[in-house]
Every structure is written in structure tokens, then in C-alpha cells.
Ligand binder design. Structure first.
Ligand SMILES: C=C(O[C@@H]1C=C(C(=O)O)C=C[C@H]1O)C(=O)O
Length: 107
């Protein structure tokens, strides 16, 4: 019997909580890296748009992205309403960056 086992054979709750939180920490780190990579790419899109006079936001592309993410969320058993809110939150930040890039390129 290890120190994290109880006599009834069940793992101690604090050890289980610690293991689960380690996994959460790893996943949160992955999310941060993935978001950073996504923003690097969207910054390039922002510069391209500003250079060629394209608008910062593309509502049609956004609608397509939201629909796609909702389909993926359903497959993954993730709440599609949450997935939509999450993507819209990120897109709003991206559009804000694109507006800022457009201002700096055109000033
Ligand atoms: C990245 C783009 O710019 C904006 C941001 C989007 C996004 O973050 O997915 C999608 C559409 C645009 O409103 C793009 O046009 O592709």
C-alpha cells in the first residue's frame, strides 16, 4: 500500500486531485501555446489586409468559422454555445488587432 492509498483500496482524494490538476495545468499550457500560434498567424493576416486595403473583419469567414467550430464541438461533446462564445471572444480580439494594424499602416 502506498501513502496515497486508503485501506479500502481507494486512492486518497488529495492525490487524485493533484494528478487531475497536473493534467489541467498541462492542457492550459497547451491552450496558451496554441493561442499564441494562432495570434501570430492572425497578425500576418492583419498586415496583409492593411497592405492591400482589405477590411479588418470578414463577417462571412467568421460565420463559416463559427459553424465549423460548432460542428466540431458537437463531435467532441463540448457545449457548442460555449464554443461559439469562445471563438467570438478570440475573433473580437483579432479584429481589434487588425484595426490597430490598419491605423498604424495608414498613418
Ligand atoms: C483572421 C482573419 O480576420 C478576422 C478574424 C477571424 C478569426 O480570428 O478567425 C476571422 C475573420 C476575420 O474577421 C481572417 O480574415 O481570416
Amino acid at each position: 500500500m502506498t501513502s496515497t492509498d486508503r485501506p479500502d483500496g481507494q486512492q486518497d482524494v488529495s492525490a487524485t486531485l493533484r494528478e487531475l490538476r497536473e493534467s489541467i495545468d498541462n492542457l492550459d499550457a497547451t491552450l496558451v501555446f496554441l493561442l499564441a500560434e494562432r495570434f501570430k498567424i492572425t497578425q500576418r493576416v492583419g498586415h496583409l489586409k492593411a497592405e492591400f486595403g482589405l477590411p479588418p473583419a470578414d463577417p462571412q469567414r467568421e460565420t463559416e468559422q463559427v459553424r465549423r467550430l460548432q460542428r466540431l464541438a458537437e463531435e467532441a461533446h463540448l457545449d457548442p454555445v460555449f464554443a461559439e462564445k469562445f471563438l467570438n471572444f478570440i475573433i473580437a480580439e483579432v479584429v481589434r488587432h487588425h484595426e490597430s494594424i490598419a491605423r498604424s499602416v495608414n498613418s
